[in-house]
Design a protein around this ligand. Structure first.
Ligand SMILES: [Cu+2]
Length: 172
């Protein structure tokens, strides 16, 4: 194995270990997650949304999300197109250094597609966020996301009442 390959593997490993302690060691961690929450879903609902504030210490890009609660998860953007609120999957979300990016209802969010079971208030969803840094290295950060009741809006004061949804017709 060429030396540089070994080195980048070691970097990846170090970054992963660092990320795992992110919440308690902000001085050393490349990214901090605040106030994560997911919205409870009802039986038969195919998809669910999760929200949080992300503050990267160095320029990072959120490129993916995985969770055992769904077969497939995506990073979504929601915005007005004309007078209709729509959402779509995005390839990545840039996180400038030191700047808090908020994932919230009506904006960017994580989307669990094809839920295995309803998300129940009072439980937690294990989520792994996937980032890349400026050097193209991958970084994974596990986050426990508490599930809040349907009416919860994380103090944002509002949520779109009945936005038009994408093909999977989820309620955010
Ligand atoms: Cu969505």
């Amino acid at each position: 194995m060429p030396f540089h390959s070994f080195r980048s593997f070691r970097s990846l490993f170090a970054a992963t270990v660092l990320a795992a302690t992110g919440l308690s060691a902000w001085a050393d961690a490349p990214v901090r997650i605040d106030a994560p929450w997911a919205r409870a879903t009802v039986a038969g609902q195919q998809a669910g949304g999760a929200f949080m504030r992300i503050t990267a210490q160095e320029p990072l890009r959120l490129v993916g999300v995985t969770s055992p609660v769904s077969a497939h998860s995506e990073v979504h953007e929601m915005k007005m197109e004309g007078d209709v609120m729509r959402m779509r999957a995005i390839e990545g979300l840039d996180l400038p250094a030191g700047q808090t990016v908020e994932l919230k209802p009506g904006g960017y969010h994580l989307m669990f597609m094809q839920l295995q079971a309803p998300l129940q208030a009072g439980t937690e969803v294990p989520v792994t966020l996937q980032f890349t840094n400026a050097q193209g290295q991958h970084l994974e950060l596990p986050v426990q996301v508490p599930v809040k009741p349907l009416g919860h809006t994380a103090g944002s004061g509002h949520a779109p009442a009945h936005p038009a949804h994408g093909p999977h017709g989820a309620q955010h």
